[in-house]
Design a protein around this ligand. Sequence first.
Ligand SMILES: NC(=O)c1ccc[n+]([C@@H]2O[C@H](COP(=O)([O-])OP(=O)(O)OC[C@H]3O[C@@H](n4cnc5c(N)ncnc54)[C@H](OP(=O)(O)O)[C@@H]3O)[C@@H](O)[C@H]2O)c1
Length: 391
Amino acid sequence: MKRIIILGATGSVGRTVLDVIAQHPDKYQVEALVAGRDVNGLVELARRFNPAFVALADTQSGSALREALSGTSIASGAGHDAVMDAAQRACDLVVAGIVGTAGLQPTFAAVRQGRTIALANKECLVSAGAAFMAGVRTYGAQILPLDSEHNALFQILEGHDRSAITQMILTASGGPFRAWSKEHIDQATPEQALAHPNWTMGPKITIDSASLMNKGLELIEAHHLFGVASDKLDVLVHPQSIVHGLVSFHDGALLAGMAAPDMRVPAAHCLSYPQRLDTGIAAPDLARLASLHFETADMERFPCLRLAMEAMRLKGVMPCVLNAANEVAVEAFLAGGYPFAGIARLVASVLEKAAAWSSDTDTIEACLEIDCESRRVARGILDREASFRAH
Ligand SMILES: NC(=O)c1ccc[n+]([C@@H]2O[C@H](COP(=O)([O-])OP(=O)(O)OC[C@H]3O[C@@H](n4cnc5c(N)ncnc54)[C@H](OP(=O)(O)O)[C@@H]3O)[C@@H](O)[C@H]2O)c1
């Protein structure tokens, strides 16, 4: 039995992993579950999977959680320390499925324990990639990419000479606005941006997919995960989401990683690695698909992708600033009243201010400070814009 800890259990990634676990109760045992504030969701999962410990980040819901689990053998806690305790428990695999930079400290706590980590939380690597990967090496942790593109790339690279890579390509579905005009995209509503054509995911990543910021974050994630130089990383729009990643080598070979657009495929790979788990999901039927479509990404209509690629090339504090400003902008957009076009505009403004910052990014703590300062600057801009509109 593999013992599994799930950070972000109530979210889209967490529930997908639990679905796969539920298919194979003889192979996996849930050790701990962590969520943000969804008490009812966490209690329902705890009753179903019977972990030893559950933790909620929200301190105010601690007593409701304890009460709901009284009479069971499941221990519980609430607040930052409880989340950190859950992340550090002994186990065979930690699933990092918390959304945003909120996932950085708990995931890094698991890194410090030298655990194997199924990493979905890309923001960890965007905010603190160098420090995070240095920790992975120092503490002997292992990262299994759970993001579908990186999971495909990980599988492609196994047994191959990384120094022979000429290009690494991540595909993007193009999201709901792939064929929209710039004017139309700029005025998109949250409902329109949340209607992803291929994937059902949490709200933040769904908005990032609509702006293509998600693909930019994923390029930075790939840069750190695979140690591939930023000028060898690129994006190809592929609306069918069958090919998830491609790698070309200097002998002229091009290898593709394909699977149905279903997160249970990478989840099963991470859970069973290096073995293969039967998910019941069929591999793509190429004869039935008949053709696969690819196109280049349009940086004019999707400026978030351009900003992310620039931040990746500039390195230093820039990826961390980009991520933090984007989290603030997406939150404002989802709350309503903030335009879709404002996301790229706000990120660009904060990046511009950060060009003069000279902070180091050698430690997780230093990156968290940059993250915090970027959010402060981003919120200041939002407040000024709001008061300008009010006058
Ligand atoms: N969804 C996908 O298919 C997919 C694919 C690839 C990569 N990813 C990445 O995986 C991560 C999660 O995405 P998602 O779509 O699963 O998001 P989601 O559905 O919004 O779920 C987020 C999870 O994080 C928890 N959470 C939020 N803030 C927290 C905090 N401060 N402390 C502890 N837990 C907290 C939430 O708990 P509550 O429910 O209590 O709020 C929830 O369990 C993101 O980084 C995303 O980019 C997702």
